[in-house]
Design a protein around this ligand. Structure first.
Ligand SMILES: *[C@@H]1O[C@H](CO)[C@@H](O)[C@H](O)[C@H]1NC(C)=O
Ligand SMILES: *[C@@H]1O[C@H](CO)[C@@H](O)[C@H](O)[C@H]1NC(C)=O
Ligand SMILES: *[C@@H]1O[C@H](CO)[C@@H](O)[C@H](O)[C@H]1NC(C)=O
Length: 250
């Protein structure tokens, strides 16, 4: 380390031929005894600089990593992992009818394109994922929806039905009735598929709301969905979606 930082020896790096010994000989060929030098010895300065340099090397990447954590795009493998144990928060009021809550639900339910993503066929094959329809102008990719966004959309539909029970859209003869039933069925399967094994705690033998859950990083999933978004989805389903505007307001 000493030699790398010494300008005297910087030209002698090639070969690393025991240059450390030369460092103790001055320009007249006399041995140098640094311990006898007065004031703050140059060796101490050098030592402090080395320590500071080492600190920079160690701490800068750590601080950078902490800072960038939210910006780095995770790989699909990373998304699959479960993170630290965490508790659930009580956000019951967020379900109540209000414009503010509608916006909040929309923000967690949809990325720009409802979690619909475009993935290259090479990537799909490498990850053993079944093929899906290609966009008309891009036969080398497939279009998918990340299921959690479909399931959140379904929960949003159920929330709407609960908050607006008299809406004819959700009446047994309405277009939305079967849709909302499909949504309950889809969430049932999602819950049993992803069976949350957290052992919920209680204080009064009545509410079991405590305990630790292990969760995936939903923020990272949203970023991955955004990065791979398929912007042409709305255009492709325009004809079929037609007048079902109640979903747009979700
Ligand atoms: C729904 O309709 C019932 C019966 O007509 C009525 O009593 C109730 O107030 C209505 N609810 C809402 C939220 O409009
Ligand atoms: C809902 O589903 C039932 C059973 O499949 C069907 O008979 C009914 O016509 C559907 N309703 C609408 C509005 O599509
Ligand atoms: C949408 O509504 C208009 C007017 O009610 C109707 O003419 C049109 O056929 C509807 N489109 C679809 C896809 O249902």
């Amino acid at each position: 380390m000493k030699n790398f930082l010494s300008p005297r020896n910087s030209s002698k790096l090639e070969g690393y031929n025991y240059a450390a010994l030369e460092d103790h000989i001055d320009e007249h060929g006399e041995p140098r005894d640094r311990l006898k030098q007065p004031g703050i010895p140059a060796a101490l300065w050098k030592y402090l600089m080395v320590v500071q340099f080492a600190n920079l090397l160690i701490f800068c990447p750590i601080i950078w990593l902490i800072y960038m954590r939210g910006a780095i795009l995770p790989s699909h493998e990373t998304l699959l992992r479960y993170g630290q144990r965490t508790t659930f928060e009580n956000k019951q009021e967020s379900v109540f009818p209000s414009t503010e809550n509608d916006h909040w639900w929309r923000s967690i339910t949809y990325t720009e394109d409802g979690g619909v993503v475009r993935l290259s066929k090479d990537w799909i094959a490498a990850h053993s994922i079944p093929e899906s329809a290609s966009p008309p102008d891009d036969p080398n990719s497939g279009i998918y929806q990340i299921s959690v966004f479909h399931q959140l959309h379904c929960l949003g539909i159920i929330r709407q039905r609960l908050n607006d029970p008299n809406n004819s859209y959700f009446a047994p003869s309405g277009v939305g009735f079967n849709h909302s039933m499909h949504c309950v069925d889809m969430i049932r399967q999602s819950l049993t598929c992803n069976a949350d094994l957290a052992l919920a705690t209680t204080e009064d033998f009545y509410d079991f709301d405590g305990g630790w859950h292990r969760c995936r990083d939903f923020g990272a999933i949203q970023r991955w969905a955004k990065k791979n978004r398929f912007a042409g989805h709305g255009e492709l389903i325009k004809d079929r979606l037609g007048n079902l505007t109640i979903e747009d307001g979700n």
